[in-house]
Each structure stands twice: as C-alpha cells, then as structure tokens.
Write a protein that binds this ligand. Structure first.
Ligand code: SAH
Length: 395
C-alpha cells in the first residue's frame, strides 16, 4: 500500500495500540508528517519514533483506524490476506454449508478491518465502507475478494451511501464494482429461503446477525401463536412456520418490509392462511391484543445510534418490553433484542428488568443471546459486541 504520511504520538499514548485497540484518538497525536489527508494510509510511531503499525487516517475524533500492529509495511496483498483469514474463520464455523449460503464475510474490527463490512449472499459480496479509507480502497478490496473467492464470486456490489461520513457521500458511488446480477437474489439460511435485494433493501438487504436466534426460536414455536414485531424480511416468521407454529403474525411499519415478508413466506411454500402481515407501528399494534400470543419477538431497530440518545433509547426499550410483557398469554415466551451499540449487555438487562417491574408479572430469563460467529468481536475491542438478546418466560 502507499503510505502517505507519518503520525507521531505523544509520550505514553502508545499503550492502547500496544493492546491492539484499533482506534487512535486525535488527542494522542503529537505531530503529523508528509501527506496526511482523509482516507490515506499512515504509519503510526511512538514518541521515540518506533513504528507501532499502519492504518487509515480520517480527520475526526478517531484519527486513525489501525489495520496492522507491527513495523512491517503492508503490501499489495494486504486485503487478500485479511480476506483469506476472514473466510477461513467462517469455514471453521461451517459457513458456507449445504444448508446456509449467506453470511457476513467481514465484520469490521472483529476481522481486523475497521471501517469495512462485507456480507456474502451466495456468490454476491455487498461491500459497505464506514470510513473514508475503506472507500478509497474499494477497488483493492474487490481485487482481494476476486483473489480469495475465485470463480465462486459472481458480483461485488458497493453500498456505502448510508454509512460513509457525510462529506464524501456520493450518490454515484453505490453500484457494481465487479460483475452484475439481478435482484432479488435467493439465498438459503438453515435451509429456509430468502429474497435479498441489496439495491433497495435496508442495510445490505438482510439481517444475517439473527441466524442462530431465529433457529432457536423454532424450538419454542411448535403449535404456538407467534407474533413477530419489527419483522423486516420476515426471518423469524419463516422459522416459526417451519417449526409448526399454529399461526404467525408479522408486523412492520414499512409497507415494503411487509411485502417482502409476504413473498418470503410464499417462497418457502407455507400455507398463507396461517400467516398474516400488518403494516403498522408495533406500539399501536400491541395496544389491544391482550392474551392472544404465546410467543412474541421484539427486534426493533437501534433505538440509540449515538451516546446522547442513550437515555431516550432506554425509555424506548423499557416501554416496548413492558407492553409486550403485559399482553402476552400466561406461560408465554418473549425473544427480546437490542442492536444499539451504546446500550451494553448490562444496561439492556437492567432496562428489561425495569420493564418487568412496570408490567408486574413474574418473569424468568431462559437464555442470553448474542451475535453469531460470523460477526466476531475482537477481545481487544469489546465495543464490537452490539447484538444482545434475552429469552424470557412470562408467568
Ligand atoms: N427482525 C428483523 C430485523 C428488524 S430490522 C430480521 O430478523 O431480519 C427493524 C425493522 O423495524 C425494520 O424493518 C423497520 O422498518 C421496522 N420498524 C422501525 N420502527 C418500527 C415501528 N415503530 N413499528 C414497527 N416496525 C418498525
């Protein structure tokens, strides 16, 4: 890679990098040399001029997103090597398999590629850049994908319009970087089929992070009346029907999501009499449904994306959980989730506890849920854990 500039740290500020934390904050910088512009590769040195590693520079509170932690200058094979490691980690978790051909191939810091997310949908890689450096390197990333996936790779689609910093967002940058294929594209997840539309869908078109939790839901769904709120593509609904649920109701405020759910139910050949969709706000839907459901899934979008929205978000989670706890049948099961990074596991648990107090029902925790193996968390970057869930029994 072309290393454009050098960043020298203040004395003592090397400690977090020695512990492999990938974010270098601007306050740690003593001086900058060479060409240090947004998106370039820089070398980072300690106050004694010893090289600590290399990464992408971006003007802001996180000044360097570290990509290596040694003195070896990363060469042209950098992305190919990292992508090969990421692929091998997935292979160790049996991804892909005969039953599942979609998974997250790169999960940012968890794969040592801070600023980059790649979802893989049976031959199609959707690349999402969260930093200017990854945006600048998108061609090199595509070449790396071609090198590791070889003829399995049919297309690479770049989708960063919603994730790049405002100043470099460019309508024209989203699109195919390699090959082309029509949408929707059909994938398999634990043998259930789903339609994926990365061009107009939310995020990369599907929430791969709920794969194992959807599978677990199946164990609780047989002969049950299931309510899947915030359903998006209807992932949980399809698994519940497959497991033999008596009825499944899917709710989403987006008409497009509800339509997609309907199509996925049909695609899997389920009796549509057993399934009903509602394009409605979840809070409104829950109001007059007391004692109708045995199992309820609460998987809302991130109520808090920033620290300052944390308090509001906690109130949102508390209200949602309390409403569901009040109206579920006695002996019912709630799968409740939070994907807000700023709400950590303990805070989420405490918020659900407050909801239980508010609902005034006897509640037991059956399981603690998290993100799956293809969304790894670097042990040096605990901030990477974002998906938290609880399975609750409500007496
Ligand atoms: N459970 C889904 C992912 C949920 S994503 C899965 O397994 O794939 C969150 C969804 O919540 C989005 O589809 C969004 O349209 C929907 N949503 C957001 N606010 C909502 C609200 N107030 N009521 C109902 N749906 C809402």
């Amino acid at each position: 890679m072309i290393i454009s500039g050098i960043i020298v740290l203040k004395k003592g500020k090397e400690i977090s990098l020695q512990r492999f934390h990938p974010w270098l904050f601007s306050g740690a910088i003593q001086k900058m040399e060479g060409l240090v512009n947004d998106g370039v590769w820089v070398e980072v040195r300690d106050a004694n001029n010893k090289t600590l590693g290399f990464g992408h520079y971006q003007n802001g509170s996180i000044a360097v997103r570290m990509l290596t932690f040694d003195s070896v200058t990363p060469d042209e094979s950098f992305y190919t090597k990292k992508l090969a490691q990421a692929l091998s980690l997935r292979a160790s978790a049996y991804l892909p398999s005969m039953h599942t051909n979609c998974f997250r191939l790169v999960h940012g810091e968890g794969d040592g590629l801070t600023g980059l997310v790649i979802d893989y949908y049976d031959g199609v890689a959707i690349v999402q850049a969260h930093s200017t450096g990854m945006h600048a390197d998108r061609e090199a990333i595509t070449a790396g994908l071609q090198a590791v996936l070889k003829d399995k790779l049919k297309a690479v689609y770049y989708k960063s319009q919603g994730t790049l910093p405002g100043k470099i967002r460019d309508e024209k940058s989203d699109g195919y970087l390699f090959g082309m294929t029509s949408v929707p594209h059909i994938v398999k997840e634990h043998d259930q089929k789903f339609l994926i539309d990365w061009e107009s869908g939310q995020k990369t078109g599907f929430f791969l992070d709920q794969r194992e939790n959807r599978k677990l839901l199946a164990d609780f769904s047989r002969n049950k009346k299931v309510l899947n709120t915030f359903c998006y593509t209807g992932g949980f609904s399809v698994y519940a029907l497959h497991a033999g649920a008596a009825t499944v109701h899917s709710v989403d405020s987006s008409e497009k999501a509800v339509e997609l759910t309907r199509k996925n139910i049909e695609l899997n050949g389920f009796d549509t009499q057993q399934h009903e969709c509602f394009a409605m706000d979840t809070f409104d839907f829950l109001k007059d449904k007391k004692d109708q459901y045995d199992v309820i899934i609460l998987d809302p979008p991130a109520f808090a994306k920033h620290r300052d929205a944390k308090h509001q978000a906690m109130k949102g989670y508390q209200r949602l959980n309390a409403e569901a706890m009040k109206m579920i049948k006695s002996g019912g099961i709630i799968f409740t989730f939070s994907c807000s990074q700023v709400i950590d596991r303990k805070l989420f648990y405490d918020t659900v506890t407050s909801a239980a107090i508010q609902a005034g029902r006897d509640i037991k925790v059956l399981s603690h849920l998290c993100q799956p193996a293809d969304h790894p968390v670097s042990i040096f970057h605990p901030e990477g854990e974002y998906l938290k869930g609880l399975v609750l029994s409500v007496v």
